[in-house]
Design a protein around this ligand. Structure first.
Ligand code: HEC
Ligand code: HEC
Length: 261
């Protein structure tokens, strides 16, 4: 594959063309500043240079297992591939911090002007009850005083943002990986990219994004899931937090922040 042209980022060139709305990315803006004619040339060159299917980022991402669940409420979607929270950090700093604040607490400079105010994205009680699919829709279509971001960002980046904001409350903490390794890996496999042992049930299933953390926790306690009787609640929660990394790679900074003293 050819390297991207200077001033012609791999990121959102196609999106800018198809939606007709200039993306806010500074590098893309630089790309567009050449004027209409050059812009068309550059866009074409980008597309040709990258080839089909390489529209959004350099590294290919693991595809999630499709969901058998067709009962998704209308308007809700599922991710197709593993999300990358770190990839959304720059977008978050630019577009979300003014309202949600630098750590997502809902204390950005614009917050006092809004009623109801921006959600506290670190509020664990709140985040535990919300499926990623709902948050994806809120971000894409807007909610209350929050504008819609669906024209500025492609589908992949919106999922990255959804997982980044979700992980501000439910990202992995120290000890979570160990809890997963000792209580879950035996059936589900060590982590993304590994087969579950003995052909067991893989956790990189897109359908999980339609459930909230609390719903999954309840699943572990009942239903078709093999009994985890005797496992302490805190251990189950830790293991479950880690199990979500099958669907997204957490931002290292967020992980460190959660670890605390
Ligand atoms: C203009 C201010 C503003 C900006 C900018 C903003 N938000 Fe929000 N956001 C809000 C408000 C207000 C709410 C609460 C909406 C409600 O429940 O009434 C909210 C709620 C949310 C929620 C919770 C959604 C839900 O389903 O309850 C998420 C997630 C979120 N924002 C993410 C983002 C992301 C990601 C960005 C940046 C791309 C962003 N926000 C930018 C104001 C903003
Ligand atoms: C004895 C084997 C076994 C162990 C141990 C086990 N699981 Fe499971 N798990 C399964 C099976 C089998 C299913 C599929 C159940 C079904 O068909 O509904 C499943 C399903 C799940 C699901 C739903 C996945 C989906 O695709 O919707 C989650 C989440 C899950 N397990 C998490 C965990 C976590 C977290 C642990 C560790 C605390 C764990 N499991 C331990 C066997 C196991």
């Amino acid at each position: 594959m050819k390297p991207p042209l200077p001033g012609c980022p791999r990121g959102r060139v196609r999106q800018g063309r198809s939606s007709g709305v200039p993306p806010r990315d500074g590098r893309v803006a630089a790309c567009l500043r050449f004027g209409l004619f050059t812009q068309v040339l550059l866009l074409t060159a980008c597309s040709i240079g990258l080839g089909p299917g390489a529209a959004s980022t350099a590294a290919p991402r693991p595809i999630l297992l499709p969901s058998a669940d067709s009962g998704l409420p209308s308007g809700l979607r599922l991710p197709l591939e593993r999300a990358d929270a770190a990839a959304a950090e720059r977008s978050f700093a630019r577009d979300c911090v003014p309202c949600h604040g630098p750590t997502g607490r809902g204390d950005g400079p614009r917050a006092p002007l809004l009623r109801p105010g921006p959600a506290d994205l670190q509020d664990e009680g709140r985040q535990r009850g919300l499926a990623l699919s709902w948050q994806h829709r809120s971000i894409a279509e807007g909610k209350g005083a929050m504008p819609a971001w669906g024209l500025q960002y492609d589908e992949r980046r919106i999922w990255d943002l959804a997982f980044l904001t979700w992980s501000m409350a439910l990202g992995p903490r120290s000890g979570d990986q160990e809890a997963y390794a000792s209580h879950c890996a035996g059936c589900h496999g060590a982590g993304p990219g590994t087969e579950a042992l003995g052909g067991g049930h893989r956790l990189d299933r897109a359908g999980r994004a339609a459930r909230s953390f609390d719903e999954e926790l309840a699943l572990l306690r009942q239903g078709a899931h093999p009994r985890l009787g005797g496992t302490a609640e805190a251990t189950l929660e830790a293991a479950l937090r880690w199990s979500w990394t099958w669907l997204y790679s957490p931002a290292p900074a967020a992980t460190a922040a959660q670890e605390g003293p």
